[in-house]
Design a protein around this ligand. Structure first.
Ligand SMILES: N[C@@H](CCC(=O)N[C@@H](CS)C(=O)NCC(=O)O)C(=O)O
Length: 232
């Protein structure tokens, strides 16, 4: 299988799942320019990642790719506990992350899609941040003492992880979301997550800001400011 990705983009979720299922795969690193090339547009008509190819089979759309990977490897149990309701619970969180949370970042990433007057971009971004905080607040409450979004690790978790990293980078304001912070720390400590992050971002993904600070996976470049992990 071959995954087309951008560094730290939503395709990181697929990259992590490829690690979790243990299937052989290769990756193709894209840029904001190369995804708009005529060649790539034949794979992904809107010039977006992720794109997955599996032999001559081509798949776009993050939720479809994550589900495909999980279904190819049912042994990894990434689509719930095998019951109809367990699967529905995973799909519920995936849908929320893809349609609501991911979408709510778009005014921050691409204000020109929403505005004719660029002067309003900051105000638009702040409004988007407020929506995002509402969403992250509900996910923080959902997590509570849970380790994962549903009762077991699933394909929804790496998607949440990517959204959290964006939230920190884009200064959404995630202070005080202790359950999300613990979740992020757990993900950063995971071997598959680490492998995907190191492949995409190199050691920067695990750099501490302060060179004197002993290594702590929770104190990453992306997590040091807002997503402090309060370890039990
Ligand atoms: N609906 C698509 C959206 C994918 C998407 O928005 N991908 C972003 C990266 S997270 C992208 O490729 N953007 C193109 C660009 O930034 O030029 C999906 O869920 O796969």
């Amino acid at each position: 299988m071959k995954l087309y990705y951008f560094e730290g983009a939503c395709s990181l979720a697929d990259h992590i799942v490829l690690e979790w299922i243990g299937a052989p795969y290769e990756t193709v690193r894209m840029t904001h320019q190369s995804v708009k090339s005529p060649e790539f547009l034949t794979l992904s008509p809107h010039g977006t990642v992720p794109v997955l190819t599996d032999g001559d089979y081509l798949l776009t759309q993050n939720v479809a790719i994550l589900t495909y990977l999980a279904e190819l490897h049912p042994d990894a149990m990434l689509l719930g506990d095998g019951t109809v309701r367990g699967r529905a619970d995973v799909m519920r969180w995936l849908a929320f992350l893809n349609s609501d949370v991911h979408h709510a970042f778009k005014p921050i990433f691409s204000p020109a899609h929403f505005l004719s007057d660029p002067a309003a971009a900051d105000e638009l971004a702040d409004t988007a941040r407020a929506h995002l905080r509402t969403y992250f607040n509900s996910v923080d409450r959902r997590l509570g003492d849970r380790q994962w979004l549903v009762d077991r690790r699933s394909i929804a978790d790496p998607y949440l992880f990517v959204m959290l990293r964006w939230a920190v980078r884009l200064k959404v304001g995630t202070d005080g979301f202790a359950n999300l912070a613990r979740f992020a720390g757990r993900m950063y400590d995971d071997d598959g997550v680490r492998a995907a992050l190191l492949a995409e971002e190199g050691s920067a993904a695990y750099q501490t800001r302060d060179e004197e600070t002993p290594y702590d996976a929770s104190q990453t470049l992306w997590g040091a400011s807002d997503l402090r992990v309060q370890r039990a």
